[in-house]
Design a protein around this ligand. Structure first.
Ligand code: SF4
Length: 513
């Protein structure tokens, strides 16, 4: 049983012990915690009879993040001390902030800061997301499982294979049905896997009828024990288009083997334009358009995401009437350039493998050079629902409208998010842009994610915000908050912009409010 699973089992206190313990009310689990111990999620503890958030509140220092010249920024009332680290440009994240649960109270921190003449407010809370999951993009053309196949972790169903993208396989994991709609074990395994993936740890996933994949955000996928190094340069047809000129004059025929579209240069439009002659080749597969073939084999872990190890198995008989002749040369290559072979037709028009000629090495190397490194990408997706919004404003729908109207800028641990159009606040964020260890969980089960809403102060007041709760960054640094945890400054990740003045200024220009 995993550490997380054990916590699920053990969080419930015996009634007898309750009297000596104090209750944490930061989530519906309501742990009773003994002095010196932490609750079920490890995020809160009993320190000397007070409930304390065990991790520090994280404050990001934004300085020189663009890599360009450092422009000293000094907040009002501060004197620049000459350090290149600009302590005036800070962002109070929700990492370590605590939650609004049970939702009748304002967010743990409502921070004011004037930046370049714009009076901003950032509302900061750790949201409890029951509706959440991750989308995983795995850069590989290998077949890891059929669309809609179940994805498992620790033997439990936690998601499914979804529609593949160009050069990548996609997984949709988590969601409320796996977290809370199935068995207790399914919910635990789902929460455990989501938490690890969001915190950039590796997770082994088994796909029904498919492969076992080790996924870690920002790292190469490991498929059935083999590290995937390269993302394909394109489909077989695109590869023909890109490299046909490189092969002209060096070889009589080129076949780019690909599970999606296998390309044949002599028939392909790119080859025709270059004056490539017919070779009498026959591809076993479904011809789409000239030089482009679907379904040359079943999908698999072989050449170009097919199941084949011998590329000749996709060739039929060569036709002498259409150009086949003894000595005709043939290059077969995969879409990553990792697999390649060279053949010449014998007197019976059968391809015979020959040593790979030097003259073709460069073109195969060019395919490899044009491949990007294969990575796993993990996007957290969650819905900032009804109760979370109540910590921001007394009239929650106003926050939704403000986000949708681009008057409120949403971040997760300071990282920019994509907010889906349409109703609600459904957001996605690349977990590699969020500071490490920012995600937590509660045993309901649900994930805990930091979320910050930044807007102009006058907008905040207008949408029914808790004006009396607004505090300065300096005050928060000096005094902290309800959960008594220390504050910790750290450099902002590169490329996470702060503040979003361009957007917020635009909202003014549009007369928003
Ligand atoms: S699970 Fe964590 S947040 Fe919830 S009550 Fe227990 S200690 Fe508090």
């Amino acid at each position: 049983m995993s550490e997380l699973a054990e916590r699920f089992e053990t969080h419930d206190p015996g009634e007898k012990q309750v009297a000596e313990k104090i209750r944490c009310d930061a989530c519906p689990v309501m742990c009773y915690i003994a002095d010196g111990r932490t609750g079920a999620c490890d995020r809160y503890g009993n320190v000397g009879g007070r409930i304390v958030r065990m991790d520090p509140l994280t404050i990001l220092d934004h300085a020189a993040e663009t890599g360009g010249a450092v422009v000293p920024f000094v907040a009002e009332g501060e004197a620049w001390n000459g350090d290149l680290v600009n302590t005036g440009r800070r962002f109070v994240t929700a990492i370590g902030a605590g939650t609004t649960y049970p939702d009748y109270k304002p967010a743990p921190f409502i921070v004011s800061q004037e930046v370049e003449g714009v009076d901003l407010v950032t509302v900061v809370t750790e949201g409890i997301f029951s509706y959440c999951g991750v989308k995983v993009k795995i850069d590989t053309d290998r077949h890891i499982g059929d669309e809609a196949a179940t994805v498992r972790s620790e033997g439990e169903a936690i998601g499914h294979v979804t529609t593949g993208e160009y050069g990548s396989q996609m997984l949709s994991l988590g969601g409320v049905h796996h977290l809370t709609g199935g068995s207790k074990a399914e919910g635990r395994a789902t929460c455990d896997a989501l938490l690890s993936l969001c915190n950039r740890k590796s997770v082994e996933l088994a796909i029904d009828g498919g492969a076992t994949v080790i996924v870690e955000a920002g790292k190469a996928p490991v498929i059935d024990g083999k590290v995937e190094h390269r993302m394909r340069v394109g489909c077989g047809s695109a590869t023909i288009g890109m490299f046909a000129t490189q092969w002209r004059g060096l070889v009589d025929e080129v076949v780019v083997v690909d599970d999606h579209i296998t390309g044949v240069v002599s028939e392909h439009q790119a080859g025709k334009v270059l004056g490539w002659e017919d070779t009498g080749i026959k591809i076993i597969g479904r011809r789409s358009t000239p030089g482009r073939y679907f379904k040359v084999s079943e999908p698999g872990l072989g050449w170009g995401g097919t199941s084949i190890d011998d590329p000749l198995s996709i060739l039929g008989d060569w036709n002498a009437k259409k150009g086949a002749r003894p000595g005709l040369s043939l290059l077969m290559v995969s879409t990553t350039g990792e697999q390649f072979a060279y053949y010449e037709l014998d007197d019976q028009l059968k391809p015979v493998e020959k040593p790979f000629p030097d003259r073709l090495q460069k073109s195969v190397g060019l395919i490899e050079d044009n491949c990007e490194p294969a990575l796993c990408t993990v996007l957290f997706i969650g819905g900032a629902g009804g109760s979370l919004r109540a910590g921001v404003t007394e009239n929650p729908v106003n926050l939704t409208r403000s986000v949708q109207g681009l008057r409120t800028y949403v971040t997760v641990g300071g990282a920019p998010v994509y907010v889906w159009p349409g109703g609600g606040i459904t957001l996605m964020v690349d977990v590699t842009r969020v500071p490490e260890g920012a995600f937590g969980y509660v045993p309901t089960p649900a994930l805990v994610a930091p979320i910050e809403f930044t807007m102009r102060r006058d907008d905040y007041v207008r949408l029914g915000g808790y004006e009396n709760e607004i505090r300065s960054v300096e005050d928060i640094l000096a005094k902290g908050g309800e959960y008594l945890n220390p504050r910790s400054n750290t450099d902002a990740p590169v490329n996470n912009p702060w503040p979003p003045l361009a957007q917020l200024r635009r909202s003014t220009a549009n007369g928003a409010g």
